[in-house]
Design a binder for this molecule. Structure first.
Ligand code: ADP
Length: 479
């Protein structure tokens, strides 16, 4: 008997009239659970509850909010094996990656538990003698949180934890494909003492539940991670309601490999960055920009590593690459492999659907060579285990190719030259730059986000999260 997990609205668990099944992408026979689907009315009720709770929550005090965040961190950490397993079962990344992501979520809650105790403002002298100026941060109000499926616990954590830290009530809509981890996080926070209305969970389709959030003018700020197309809808709806918004929308991240790179480091960065987590990371290295002196050695070594990668059931401890998240995404990945071929790129290895004992969405990671930067496989985000090598003459051309993209999330370089690494750090058009490291894989205590078409609004994570989650008040006092 599979249980139906309810939504949380105004402190009450509500079953709802309909539910959706959560299916394991490693084994489509395995139904993980059923999750109640919210309606537009449910969203309205959730927003009403959040509005009603906002004032008291803003005045709840830093100790109370610290204690909730700390308790959530402790419980997530203590249950990391179980939650990590659920994560891998519903999303398809490997068990090690699932547990790693769960630990990261615990660390994020712990970080923001600390931040609640460091809420600070500034006091300045006024230019008018006898007048004091105080600058303080206040909650932004009701925060709408819309998350994607590729980081089922870390992204909800890095949006919910700062909202709680800075005293904002939350209406949270996770991605349809991964309701499991979202439910667990909300359950943990609810039991940790979130007052009624301060944390609402509304599961369901983006076109209904997400859209109802965008349409509700009482939501003061929306933080979104997902596709560019949906990001644009969030932006347009938010401008209409004059609300604050923050968007994180993917990338086409370059990893530059120069002739003087340590080949082992470069291949490791490329294979990890492009294919781990099944390539389903907005920071994935999908463009490998390689200078001609190292090109053939690099391609050979990458192809040989890819050949050895074990693609299989996410819950099998030997697996290195789990399945693609669902049939639609797998089809999109395979379509891009076909598009690359038709554009004249050479498929060096991989790119085909794989059969395993269980019926799942398995794909052999694909590496293209002989590609040009203006091909669709190098301009559009595939969001799967597909990467291209773009051959360049030298560093100058590499930098220009790396920057020649509408995106700007993460940009990497492998070189032993301090001079070129420094030049690259200064001139890469991206929010995050990696030297001799994969483009994917970031710390939890420092800002995350990009430039150009990748991101909009203030950065997420670390202390920079305060920019989105608070508004600044300047008070003048004449004593
Ligand atoms: P992805 O390709 O990662 O699924 P989406 O942008 O479709 O990207 O999904 C990211 C999140 O946005 C999901 O939670 C999804 O349900 C939600 N979403 C999709 N369409 C809308 C919409 N019209 N309004 C609000 N949210 C939406």
């Amino acid at each position: 008997m599979v249980e139906t997990r309810p939504n949380l609205i105004d402190g009450q668990w509500l079953a709802g009239a309909q539910s959706a099944a959560n299916i394991n992408p490693s084994d489509t026979e395995d139904t993980i659970g059923h999750y109640a689907t919210a309606t537009r009315d449910d969203v309205e009720a959730a927003v009403s509850a959040a509005c009603a709770a906002a004032d008291d929550w803003a005045r709840s005090g830093i100790q109370a909010r610290h204690d909730i965040l700390r308790a959530a961190s402790d419980e997530i950490m203590a249950r990391r094996e179980e939650i990590g397993r659920l994560l891998s079962r519903e999303e398809g990344k490997t068990l090690a990656e699932g547990i790693g992501e769960t630990v990261r979520a615990a660390q994020i809650f712990n970080f923001f538990a600390g931040e609640t105790l460091r809420l600070a403002g500034e006091r300045l002298d006024s230019v008018r003698p006898g007048v004091d100026v105080e600058i303080s941060r206040e909650p932004i109000g009701v925060v709408g949180i819309i998350t994607p499926w590729n980081f089922p616990i870390a992204i909800p954590a890095w949006k919910i934890a700062p909202a709680i830290c800075y005293g904002n009530p939350v209406v949270f809509k996770p991605a349809e494909l991964v309701p499991g981890c979202a439910w667990v996080v909300v359950d943990i926070l609810h039991r940790a003492g979130m007052p009624a209305g301060t944390l609402n969970l509304v599961n369901g389709p983006g076109s209904v539940v997400g859209q109802a959030m965008l349409d509700d003018p009482r939501i003061n700020a929306i933080t979104f991670t997902g596709s560019q197309a949906t990001g644009e809808r969030v932006a347009q709806a938010s401008v209409r309601h004059m609300r604050k918004f923050q968007l994180e929308m993917g990338g086409k991240n370059p990893l530059v490999v120069l002739d003087d790179a340590d080949i082992d480091v470069a291949v490791d960065c490329a294979v990890q960055g492009a294919f781990f987590s099944t390539g389903q990371r907005c920071t994935a290295s999908s463009r490998l920009v390689v200078s001609e002196g190292i090109h053939s050695r690099f391609v050979e070594a990458c192809a040989s590593r890819i050949r050895d990668l074990l693609v299989g059931d996410a819950l099998d401890s030997r697996t290195q690459i789990g399945p693609v998240v669902d049939e639609t995404q797998l089809q999109q990945d395979l379509d891009y492999v076909e598009i690359g071929r038709r554009e004249g790129a050479t498929l060096r290895i991989g790119g085909e659907r794989l059969k395993r004992d269980k019926n799942g969405f398995y794909m052999q990671p694909a590496l293209f060579t002989d590609t040009r930067n203006d091909m669709r496989i190098n301009t559009e985000e595939v969001f799967g285990p597909v990467a291209s090598v773009i051959r360049v003459r030298n560093y100058e051309e590499a930098l220009s190719v790396a920057n020649d993209t509408p995106f700007g999330l993460s940009s990497g370089i492998c070189t032993q030259s301090l001079k070129l690494a420094t030049h690259f750090k200064r001139n890469a058009q991206a929010g995050m730059v990696m030297v001799n490291l994969p483009t994917a894989g970031v710390d939890y205590h420092v800002p995350f986000g990009g430039t150009k078409g990748s991101s909009y609004g203030p950065r997420e994570q670390g202390r920079y999260a305060a920019e989105f989650h608070t508004t600044v008040k300047t008070a003048y006092t004449s004593a």
